[in-house]
Design a protein around this ligand. Structure first.
Ligand code: TYD
Ligand code: MG
Length: 451
């Protein structure tokens, strides 16, 4: 019998400490540290069972990636699912993870592949009802209502699936660990066991992880370092639009996003995404600017809205949804310093439409334009897109991928685009757009006032 020790683990980030603390030193969350006991087993010295092999003798699995049936999902995965890889699909409960996986299972089954769908939280009847709604009926999708992860290798050996789906990691457990399903140590132990199946038995595995709001259940964040690929499924509940976002990928880039929409018949790909982010009538409204944001490998035209209103008492509020709060503060500071705008007496609210989070620095110009427009009560010129990065000196800096941005701007029917004068023009894309080249904030204001 080994020694039993106890420790406190953060269910948000996995931080471990010997004593309880109210605030996690790892992620600053409150009341997320939970006690877990762990039995330390004495290990016998191991005997070697694995031989080293020459690098060149290992099969190249890249060529055998298989598609999920949705280009948007394949793109985020780096071209499809790699056999022997472990993919973590995280997201809020009810966002559509099970639906996405059942649709992928159906596609693979129709391609002659076998899928083993282990459901720990929904009954087989519930899954059947969803499949009827989605019009899915296949003998190659095998359902398993099992929560004991220790039995999984036996099932995998017997059924020999090409893809294994575990829905969800919070609902399965291993008897090796005494804590309850959903605790940090159970999640880690079960994931390690599943990783073992993926690697040793060469099975592609998708693991569902609910993003949890309270400290009782651990979230997928504590597993990110253990798996090959991490994809988050995001969106607003009462909005049908969904975003697949790659966070980690051992087999591809993590910049890509996939755009899907939840319909009455499941998830469908969004083929012309810019339409979603643009509101229809832009005329005569102040504080609304269109930007061309480069996300992954494509450009999206997105509307940014700003509201600048006199602050009541106390501090002026700054609120940003869809961009980093610090970036908003920085743009406001540049406008105050370089133009003398009295924004410290005004609340500034900023919103990116469609629930997107934009990291591309080129949206600075659109943010600044939206704020100026709302502050001066002056609508921005219609049919105009803004693209450029703002430097602290008030200069507009050059941006990459100008050709690709111009192409999307023109495709979406806009007529003019405000860009940095220093932008590198390769001339590869000949557009009919009117290019307004600006050097600094003063030029931007001239361009805005003109509208
Ligand atoms: P689900 O896949 O069960 O979410 P998760 O596994 O992430 O918890 O999806 C649940 C929601 O999706 C539910 O609110 C109903 C909705 N939905 C549709 O709108 N259309 C559909 O075709 C399906 C199957 C579900
Ligand atoms: Mg589900």
């Amino acid at each position: 019998m080994g020694k039993i020790t106890s420790k406190f683990v953060c269910s948000e980030c996995g931080y471990e400490t010997a004593k309880w603390l109210g605030k996690c030193p790892g992620c600053s969350a409150w009341s997320t540290l939970v006690e877990e006991s762990r039995e330390r087993k004495k290990r016998a010295p191991g005997s070697r069972t694995i031989a080293a092999v020459p690098l060149n003798s290992i099969a190249d699995n890249e060529i055998s990636r298989f598609s999920t049936g949705m280009g948007e999902w394949d793109r985020v995965l780096g071209g499809g699912i790699v056999p022997g890889s472990l993919i973590l699909l995280g997201g809020d409960p009810g966002i559509g993870k099970s639906t996405l996986l059942l649709q992928a299972a159906d596609f693979l089954a129709r391609k002659g592949k076998r899928v083993l769908y282990l459901s720990g939280e929904e009954s087989l009847k519930q899954i059947r009802l969803r499949s009827i709604r989605l019009g899915i009926a296949s003998d190659e999708i095998l359902l398993l209502n099992e929560q004991d992860i220790d039995l999984l290798p036996g099932y995998v050996e017997e059924l020999d699936p090409d893809l294994l789906i575990i829905d969800s990691i919070q609902s399965v457990f291993s008897k090796n660990i005494s804590s309850i399903p959903g605790s940090v140590s159970q999640l880690r132990e079960c994931t390690a066991r599943i990783m073992d199946i993926a690697k040793k038995m060469e099975k592609a595995v998708v693991l569902v992880g609910h993003v949890t709001k309270d400290g009782a259940l651990a979230g997928p964040k504590v597993l990110e370092h253990m798996v090959d690929v991490v994809v988050y499924f995001e969106g607003e509940k009462n909005f049908s639009f969904r975003i697949l976002r790659g966070v980690k990928n051992r087999f591809g880039s993590t910049d890509e996003i996939g755009l899907l929409e939840m319909s009455g018949q499941g998830l469908v790909e969004v083929l012309d995404p810019s339409y979603i982010f643009l509101s229809r009538n832009q005329e005569d409204t102040t504080g609304s600017a269109i930007v061309a944001s480069f996300e992954g490998s494509r450009t999206l035209l997105i509307e940014i809205q700003a509201l600048v209103s006199p602050a009541g008492s106390g501090y002026a509020k700054r609120m940003a949804s869809g961009i980093d709060q610090n970036r908003l503060a920085l743009i406001i500071a540049v406008l105050e310093k370089r133009r003398g705008y009295n924004l410290s007496l005004h609340d500034v609210y900023l919103k990116v439409t469609g629930g997107m989070f934009l990291k591309d620095p080129s949206v600075d110009l659109g943010i600044a334009a939206a704020i100026i427009s709302s502050y001066l009560e002056c609508p921005l010129p219609i049919n105009t897109v803004f693209s450029g990065e703002l430097s602290l000196s008030g200069q507009i800096r050059a941006i990459p991928f100008l050709d690709l941005r111009l192409k999307e701007v023109e495709k979406m029917g806009y007529k003019r685009v405000v860009i940095p004068a220093r932008a590198e023009k390769t001339g590869a894309y000949q557009s009919n757009l009117e290019l307004i080249e600006i050097n600094n904030i003063d030029d931007l204001i001239a361009a805005v006032m003109e509208g």
